[in-house]
Design a protein around this ligand. Structure first.
Ligand code: SF4
Length: 242
């Protein structure tokens, strides 16, 4: 026992400070793009998922592969900014360096969920990457529970549903049952390019996507989103960050 205690003392406090001054994505990760009109057509032609148009770059469709920035570096440049989430689908469109960051829920919902938000995660045809980056938020290094946010095993204990994957036909019923089983009021979070827009599977007949009658309160872009991006979005949603 004494050895365990000594090892624990030696390890010290491992949980990262969040949010912290100067916090950025790691060097190899791509964050908020800067989009300029010069050469945008070349960037759009290089994008395999049609995420770039004359209106800008749609982070909801983008898988952050970097092909556009390689093809047209004057038009697209990726920064290490991790604050990417939005409250509306349109908020994910980046023109210049501007996009509409996620806003907090209304006053009543904030008073309910601001200090305690329990989420049921539904992997609706996901590859496991978004799910892994959600899981990591429960580890000691991230400790999302310190903000009162936790994943739970039953939708009956959940305040919200976090959806990953493109929502395949096979998962649609399970998704609807989960949504119906959660007590109201409840929130819905689309996490990752697939849940937001279908990602690489957009338009596929087997992947109809999130049904329009299930309203989404928070969009988290990325493929997969970095845990910093997920945590930032969740805390903005419940009004813990501005
Ligand atoms: S980084 Fe995004 S916008 Fe650029 S080519 Fe890849 S998917 Fe398309």
């Amino acid at each position: 026992m004494i050895r365990v205690l000594l090892a624990r003392l030696k390890q010290g406090y491992r949980t990262m400070a969040f949010p912290a001054e100067g916090l950025k994505l790691p060097h190899r990760a791509l964050g908020l793009p800067k989009v300029r009109p010069a050469g945008l057509e070349r960037a759009a032609a290089a994008c395999p998922y049609g995420a770039i148009s004359s209106a800008g770059l749609d982070m909801g469709r983008c898988v952050f592969c970097g092909a556009c920035a390689k093809a047209a570096p004057a038009a697209v440049e990726f920064t290490r900014e991790y604050r990417l989430c939005a409250s509306s689908r349109e908020g994910l469109m980046v023109s210049g360096t501007q996009h509409r960051r996620a806003e907090a829920l209304g006053k009543e919902l904030r008073s309910l969920f601001g200090r305690s938000l329990r989420l049921r995660q539904v992997s609706a045809g996901g590859c496991g990457a978004c799910e892994a980056d959600c899981n990591v938020l429960g580890t000691p290094a991230w400790d999302m529970g310190r903000f009162g946010v936790q994943f739970v095993a039953s939708p009956r204990h959940a305040d919200g549903m976090l959806v990953t994957g493109p929502v395949t036909k096979n998962m649609e019923l399970a998704l609807r049952k989960t949504y119906a089983a959660m007590p109201s009021p409840k929130v819905v979070i689309a996490c990752g390019a697939c849940a937001v827009s279908g990602g690489p599977y957009a338009g596929h007949e087997e992947c109809p996507g999130l049904p329009p009658d299930i309203p989404v309160d928070l969009y988290i872009p990325g493929c997969p989103p970095h845990p910093l991006t997920i945590l930032d979005g969740l805390l903005r949603l419940i009004g813990r960050l501005e």
